[in-house]
Design a binder for this molecule. Sequence first.
Ligand code: SF4
Length: 280
Amino acid sequence: MRQIDSQVLTETVEKGFIEITHLPGGDLIAALDKARQEEDSPIGKDILTQLLENARLGREEQTPICQDTGNSIVFMEIGQDVHIVGETLSDAVRRGVSQGYTKGYLRASIVGDPLERKNTRDNTPPFVHTEITSGDRIKITMMAKGSGCENMSRFKMLTPAQGRQGVVDFVVDTVLQGGGKPCPPLIVGVGIGGTFDMATYIAKKSLFRPVGEHHPEPHVKELEEELLEKINNLGLGPQGWGGRATALAVHVETYPCHIASLPVAVNIECHSHRVKTVTI
Ligand code: SF4
């Protein structure tokens, strides 16, 4: 059994969150650049130019690309032949987020109790999801996810009779209802199937794919393409000021479900898409 000191996990998380807030990935930059080239609306093109300039400034001056440094989401794929020594896994990740947001001077945006609403002052607790896999490694994916876009996410239990068309209508309507609030151009994560909780889980997980990478199943890829086309025909455009680029990509994940169910979750991600994966 391989052993990993919990301090390694803490340091990985700390560094990861400091880095992603000012270093947008090459996949996001390429998608924004492509959207700018294809944008018909002058104001939309101008906004996309500003977003690319904002990303450059973040990279070169090491300043966060958005004032909302987000919910700290951590997905971990944990090999069953690895053992954490020292602190518990949860405490190590929590400490990493706390140290990252404190040392990186990142805005603390989390309240400890949703009704009393007192800020925890270090962006903890993180929202941690784990899956057990084979091997002796831990794959850690970190996302700083803004709440402007999270707030525009939706879930619905469709009836199986509503089928594929019902899914398309719900996803497109969710984007339409959000308007400019989730800071388009968006990455639209869609989870179809599973249960109430599984659908939302896979919708969020889909956002960890490189921007615009399609699902391997041809019929799901076809759905992603149709949804992107329909969403970009809405005319909302960058920041909701009109134009073609309402979304940069649609990522769909599916899961088996009960014969009586067709759950659909839409997790909306904004243009400040901050994700990084590290394997230890
Ligand atoms: S939704 Fe995204 S871009 Fe808009 S304020 Fe929040 S983090 Fe920033």
